[in-house]
Unconditional design. Sequence first.
Length: 159
Amino acid sequence: MKDSQYFKFDIYTVLPAIVFTILIWLIYTIEVKYNFNFTDLGIRPGKWSGLRGVLFSPFIHADLGHLWSNTIPSLVLITGLSYFYRNISMKVLLVGLIFSGCMTWVIGRPSYHIGASGLIYLLASFLFFKGVFTKHYRMLALSFVVTFFMVVWFGMFYH
């Protein structure tokens, strides 16, 4: 089967990325507008109550810079995942969200962890290694470009 027959770009390719982006911006807007602080809903390693952050932390951001540094890479990577792996993209996102969150809970320093960076790095790794194993160089290029963009443009670690 040719790539053109298998890979199809349509609204369902970008819809998950758009929904995720709208959610993180909506939550940030609510937090700022109504003076809420959702940081306590982040991942808190070593505390059982901190496990709720596994599901909530990717949607919570510290400030506008943090939000932007997660918006563009998540748009690109989630769209890429949906484009290359439409049938399993939701499963990869859910398992990736849970896996990266649980790993943060297990090995993270004892403070609240918020933001979608863990999910973004997991998606970049998934596309990279899947590209290596299947010799699909478009996936390799996508993961390299996004990782380079995150490292050079936004910095490796958000402060």
